[in-house]
Write a protein of this length. Sequence first.
Length: 127
Amino acid sequence: MTDRYAKGMEVRRRVLGDAHVERAEAGKTALDAPFQELITEGAWGNVWASDAISPRERSMLTLALLAATGNFEEIAMHVRATARTGASPRDVMEAFQHVAIYAGVPRANHAIKIAKAVFAEMEAGDA
């Protein structure tokens, strides 16, 4: 295990929560282990571990980029992470408004539907 991997796991747990990481780790196989190592070191141990911008700002950027590129399957996970990053529901909606203007209303609209459902789950204690 590299230092970057260890740092990545620490940041990943802080942002996504232990339960999420434990589920992901339990599902890891020999086939996808290299990919899991790549994202843990690259995304979590490098990008998310940087202190150049705040976790709140990084969360907003991540959600905007996911929506703008149509990667909707990752949005719910990152909306749940806002409970740990400090990005408020209003912050998320502001990010999606940027998506609407710069990447397209349909993508922003779909991302907002996902975020609203996740925020409702979080409020109800289901997430």
